[in-house]
Ligand binder design. Structure first.
Ligand code: MN
Length: 231
């Protein structure tokens, strides 16, 4: 039997320094995973990690040394940037222990968890899903993936975002409340991780609005950089 229409293209992210593509299976995101960001969102303390997702085709891959273009999404007037370390998974597993998590990591990327903050806030207030605030088209700009063999394990390092040349977010990956290995341990209790999964690990403080024409430039030390202009 044939498909009734052509299957959609496979979302994929280029692998740095190779001609290869990393096919995306799912995009998981961790909420409030830096203490200072949790505080700016009105929360305090170390809570168990929680997760949400974006569709795989929300990725907006940006080639190294280029500036990606992201369309300003509809139905929002408060689009926020959240610059994050992204973990790329290459080995399936469920109930993965933190001590074994590194074996499941293919590499890392720099990602933006773009957020319609006004809609997310309204959904939170009404106890409704975050989908329209988080899972919209092109909501996950992402740099090429650097292989862990090239970067080493990323447990610390500068993480930053500038907008139009001015510093907006600046922190260190070591300040993650739940580090990458612990995040994989928690997430894999709820979902069987699969090759192709991406995990956006959470954003540090300094989230704020951007508008059409703004240039976002950020990075994670030893992982790479990401530049995106809103149009
Ligand atoms: Mn986020």
């Amino acid at each position: 039997m044939g498909y009734v229409f052509a299957p959609p293209p496979q979302p994929a992210v280029p692998v740095a320094d190779s001609g290869n593509l990393f096919p995306v299976h799912r995009i998981y995101c961790v909420g409030r995973n830096y203490e200072e960001h949790a505080k700016e969102m009105g929360f305090t303390g170390r809570e168990p990690p929680f997760f949400f997702a974006k569709p795989a085709d929300a990725v907006l891959p940006v080639a190294a040394g280029t500036v990606g273009e992201m369309p300003y999404p509809s139905e929002t007037s408060n689009l926020h940037h959240e610059l994050e370390l992204v973990v790329a998974i290459s080995a399936a597993g469920r109930n993965i222990a933190a001590a074994d998590a590194v074996k499941h990591i293919y590499g890392y990327a720099v990602g933006l968890d773009m957020t319609r903050r006004d809609l997310q806030g309204e959904m939170k207030k009404q106890g409704r899903p975050w989908e329209i605030g988080k899972g919209f088209d092109h909501s996950a700009p992402i740099s090429p993936i650097v292989r862990i063999a090239a970067s080493g394990e990323i447990i610390a390092g500068r993480i930053w975002l500038d907008v139009n040349g001015a510093a907006r977010q600046a922190s260190d990956v070591s300040k993650l409340i739940w580090n990458v290995n612990e995040t994989i341990e928690h997430l894999s209790r709820y979902f069987e991780l699969q090759p192709g999964d991406l995990i956006f690990t959470g954003t540090p403080e300094g989230v704020a609005a951007v508008k059409p024409g703004d240039l976002m430039e950020g990075g994670v030390e030893r992982v790479g950089t990401l530049a995106v202009r809103l149009k």
